[in-house]
Design a protein around this ligand. Structure first.
Ligand code: KG4
Ligand code: ZN
Length: 357
């Protein structure tokens, strides 16, 4: 029987310092021997967003402790692992460098293979930690920095069907929460307060809803929220605007996911369609309910990682490392951090002025 591979994963691409020990199991999924995430929310709260230098300093202060905690909790030693995986991009260079360098050092000193993981591949493969899901599947990746529809054909093989042409969805949530003074991070607070509001009160735009295939756009919606937020004079109105924003996001995702599912079916000719929704925003229960309605209507299956694997974590990085190791996709120890690193290198760059749709 093939040996079950165990990896140490390290994640420091943004504002979470994380380490995890993950092992393959007989079910084709993962045993999470440990999964330690130290969030820097309190550090960035007063600035209403992530401050790169502060984030980097916090990673530096915490990373040794977090890796040691992950090893201790897993009850194994570095001797027992088969390799080390650390996020190499995309993200903040000053932050990525910290986890990447410590990962490379551990791999060198223990003489183990090293893999520099694409953070987006970590999210893309994250449902595999708990669910044995077959390729190809359709991925809606919604996080603080990215919003994309992709066909996940295999490990390392992605085809982008659509992407945001301006803001990422998590960014739209964070900025809306900031404009409404609902706290940081914005996604969870919009989710919480929108339950208290009436989603029908504010009419907000659904940018590029009837054009550009399954590409997405949230900048115009954000501007409309800013305009409407000036009219607010009570908490009730604030909650109504949060609810209207959440409802508009749901309408956009419903329509665009429908288009993406049709594209996926046409391109892959798969008998069954599995839609994986991953990334920090996939934790949003209203979005899950909305996409479940679409899946009932169109008869496809939805797969969501557990909430703890939606936001940034190192278990998904270790898992991507294991998957790449099994396909012999190893890296040299000279991998450098990359701020931009698309999963589908051939996909056109969609952001910027003068974009023709
Ligand atoms: O994947 P992630 O942890 O980090 C990136 O790779 O960017 O995603 C973070 C984003 C933030 O914008 C945060 O506000 C959003 O995910 N988020 C949510 C929820 N929880 C986190 N957005 C909407 N609803 C939520 N419950
Ligand atoms: Zn992420």
């Amino acid at each position: 029987m093939k040996k079950k591979i165990t990896f140490l994963g390290i994640e420091t691409s943004c504002d979470e310092t994380a380490a995890a020990i993950v092992r393959e199991n007989d079910k084709g999924t993962a045993d999470i021997l440990s999964n330690i995430v130290s969030s820097q929310i309190s550090e960035h709260k007063k600035f209403g967003g992530v401050v790169p230098e502060l984030a980097a300093r916090a990673h530096l202060e915490n990373i040794d402790y977090i890796i040691n905690s992950a090893l201790e909790k897993s009850k194994i030693t570095l001797e027992d692992i088969d390799g080390v995986a650390a996020t190499a991009g995309p993200g903040l260079i000053v932050c990525l460098t910290i986890g990447l360098n410590i990962g490379k050092s551990i791999a060198t000193f223990t003489n183990k293979p090293f893999i520099g993981v694409n953070h987006l591949e970590g999210h893309a493969l994250s449902p595999g930690l708990e669910t044995n899901i077959k390729f190809p599947y359709l991925l809606l990746l919604i996080s603080g920095g990215h919003s994309q529809f992709l066909i996940v054909k295999d490990v390392n093989k992605y085809e982008q069907l659509g992407t945001t042409i301006d803001d990422a969805l998590g960014e739209a949530f964070d900025k809306t929460a900031k404009m409404l003074d609902l706290g940081y991070p914005g996604g969870p607070s919009i989710e919480k307060f929108s339950i208290l509001g009436n989603e029908k009160i504010f009419k907000l735009p659904e940018p590029i809803i009837n054009k550009a295939g399954c590409n997405l756009s949230f900048a115009g919606l954000k501007t409309a929220v800013l305009r409407e937020s000036k009219k607010i004079n009570s908490d009730k109105m604030k909650y109504d605007l949060a609810a209207s924003f959440q409802n508009t996001i749901n309408k956009i995702l419903y329509k665009k996911t429908k288009i993406a599912v049709e594209m996926f079916k046409k391109k892959t000719r798969s008998i069954e369609t599995n839609l994986v929704v991953a990334g920090g925003v996939a934790a949003n229960k209203s979005i899950r309910k909305n996409l479940n309605n679409l899946s009932n209507e169109m008869k496809f299956k939805t797969v969501y990682p557990s909430i703890k694997f939606c936001g940034d974590n190192a278990a998904m990085i270790a898992w991507a490392g294991i998957k790449r190791f099994n396909q012999n996709l190893l890296d040299e120890n000279n991998v450098i951090a990359k701020s931009r690193w698309p999963l589908d290198e051939k996909a056109p760059f969609m952001k910027g002025p003068g974009l023709k749709l």
